[in-house]
Write a protein that binds this ligand. Structure first.
Ligand code: B1M
Length: 231
């Protein structure tokens, strides 16, 4: 009976609040098509891409995270949620990246070795593009060699690293220590982020800044670029 109702549910007939709540449920249930449809409906109603991202998608994923932590959801289910989230993000990406301006700096960003979480890192990449940065996204599970290769090839201003696990966050120090050993550390702005990190950790490993979320990553990158230019 409930399934029948769900199949028949016309998302466009819902009010904004009801639709956002429904999208949280659909994200929880890993329903990619519904997330794509809901995202398009909200945009069609005049919502900005960043409001859809924050209120419907990121908030939905936060709820998924709580039940994953509490053992109510398991990896296959969370993978489906992540896939649904990506469906919405693909629609928002070009909107967030819309900017006619010249790139204000170049960033490479990747999730570190051993870690396959990429939603937050991709969000940061999208927001940075939206703020006018050129972004080279290295993907997940990056050993130090990948960062070095990308530095050589792309000559970025900023190196961004993401880690979502307490077991992978120490790898950020491996990357930074390698830059120090090669005498390259001071040539780049190193920004780090991911749920288990904090400012203390960032300072301890020798990064330039910890970014709590994608918006802070953009602000920090802008500020550090301005400092770099002034110097
Ligand atoms: Co994983 N996982 N996971 N997981 N997963 C967490 C991180 C966890 C906290 C869940 C929990 O137990 N509560 C926990 C880590 C515990 C710990 O280390 N203390 C955990 C675990 C244990 C695991 C596995 C080990 C589970 C297992 O296999 N038993 C496994 C590890 C796999 C691996 O990496 N080797 C695993 C697997 C997975 C999935 C594959 C199922 C899936 C990832 C799918 C994907 O990314 N494509 C997954 C997910 C989705 C999560 C949760 C639920 C959600 C993460 C997410 O996407 N959040 C997560 C719980 C949680 O975080 N609450 C969890 C939404 C995203 C927008 O936020 O990533 O924090 P976030 O990014 C933010 C900021 O952190 C910041 O800006 C972003 C945007 O605002 N930021 C940066 C992030 N990176 C940045 C880089 C920057 C700047 C800012 O650079 C400059």
């Amino acid at each position: 009976m409930v399934d029948e109702y769900d199949d028949d549910l016309d998302l466009s007939s819902l009010s904004d609040d009801e639709l956002v709540e429904q999208m949280h449920d659909d994200l929880y249930d890993g329903l990619r098509d519904e997330i794509v449809e809901g995202t398009n409906i909200l945009l069609g109603r005049g919502w900005t891409a960043s409001k859809v991202l924050d209120d419907a998608l990121v908030e939905g994923m936060r709820i998924v995270g709580i039940d994953f932590r509490d053992g109510i959801l398991f990896v296959p289910e969370v993978l489906m949620s992540a896939n649904a989230m990506k469906g919405g993000m693909e629609i928002l990406r070009p909107l967030l990246a819309e900017t006619g301006a010249e790139p204000i700096g170049k960033m490479i960003i990747g999730t570190v070795k051993g870690d396959i979480h990429d939603i937050g890192k991709n969000l940061v990449a999208m927001m940075m593009e939206g703020a006018g940065f050129e972004v080279i996204n290295l993907g997940i599970d990056n050993p130090v060699e990948n960062y070095l290769e990308a530095i050589e090839q792309h000559k970025p201003d900023i190196i961004g690293m993401s880690a979502l696990l307490t077991t992978t966050m120490p790898y950020m120090k491996v990357v930074i220590d390698t830059l120090v050993e090669k005498g390259m550390r001071d040539d780049y702005i190193v920004l780090v982020g991911g749920a288990p990190l904090n400012e203390e950790f960032s300072a301890a490993i020798g990064a330039d800044a910890y970014c709590r979320d994608a918006a802070v990553a953009v602000e920090t990158a802008q500020a550090k670029m301005a400092e770099k230019r002034a110097a």
